[in-house]
Design a protein around this ligand. Sequence first.
Ligand code: ADP
Length: 230
Amino acid sequence: MRQRRQKMAKKIKVILLFGAPGCGKGTQGRMLGMLPGYVHLACGDVFRGIDQRSELGRIFSEYSTKGLLVPDEFTVRLWREHLNDMVATGRFKPDRDVLVLDGIPRNMQQAKLLKPFMQVIRAVEIRTDRDPEQLVARLRSRALKEGRADDAQEGIIRRRLEVYEKETTPVVGSYPKGIRAEVNGLQSPMEVARDIVCGILGCMLPSEAGCRRTDAIWRGCPRSGGKKKA
Ligand code: ADP
C-alpha cells in the first residue's frame, strides 16, 4: 500500500491537447502555458530543438519530412529526457504544476508507454474534421511563415492528416468520457481558447443543454455561447 502510494505520488498531472496538424493546437497550448500553474510542452518543439545534424536530428528529419511519426521508443525516451531536464532546471515543478502536453501521445503504444508517468486530468480535442481543406491551407501558410519542410508539400500534409485520423484518433477515444472535452476548432482563436478553458474547468451543462459533456461545446452549448438545441 505504502509502495503504491509512493508510485502514485510520482505521477505528473497532465492535460492532453489533441487535434489534427494545423488545428491551432500549438497556439492554444502556448496560451494555456502562460496561465499560472500550467506548463506547456509540445513534442514537435522538443524534436525541432535538437541539433538537426546529430543522429537524433537526422532520424527526426527522415520521418517528419515524409509526414510519418518518429518511432515510439525513441520519441518517448527523448520526451522523458526533456521533461527531466525541465524538472531539474525548475521550469516544471511536478508537485505544483499541471503539464499541458501537445503532440504526445500520438498512438496507442505511446499512450501505453506514458501511462505509468502521468495522471490525465483532461483530454481536450480541437476538432476541425468538417473542413480538412482549411487545415491544408493553414499549414501551407505556416510553411511560408516558419519555414517548416513538413508543411510545404500538399502530399505530406495530407499524409499527416491521415496519420492523425488513423493513429491518434483512437488514443483520444481511449480516455474515459468524463475527462474528455471536444472543442470546435473552426472558430476564432479566442473562442477556441474560451471553450478549452471551459472544458478544462468542466463548466459545461450536460442535461440542460441536451448534450453530453464530451461534445457539449462542439454542438453549441448555451453557456459556451453557441445556439441552443431545439
Ligand atoms: P503537427 O501537429 O503540425 O504535425 P508537430 O510539431 O506536433 O506538428 O510534429 C511535427 C512532426 O514531428 C510530426 O509530423 C512527427 O514526424 C514528429 N512528431 C512530433 N510528435 C511526435 C510523436 N509524439 N511521435 C512521433 N513523432 C512525432
